[in-house]
Design a protein around this ligand. Sequence first.
Ligand SMILES: [Zn+2]
Length: 95
Amino acid sequence: MKENDVTKFYQNRLKFETFEFWKKRLNVVELDKGNWQNSTCTCAKFQKEYVCKHVVGIAAVNELYRIPDTAKTELIGRKGKKGRPRKTKKALIVA
Ligand SMILES: [Zn+2]
């Protein structure tokens, strides 16, 4: 495999795992495909901050939002981080 393929493989794997992970969660994300930032979630964090990793995760799974490499570790497995995901970074992909 070329280096590019490895990256792709990793990204697909990550996406799949993220999806499987979120599928098992009870939080209900309603995805707005037109603008993922309008999506809603039932979890406590969303109720408070109007954004949560579920929404970002679902958006990423649906390729509405590309997770920056630097954010991956924050999205997966890190709890209690203060502040929002960088909402201003608009790496939107029109599906
Ligand atoms: Zn949520």
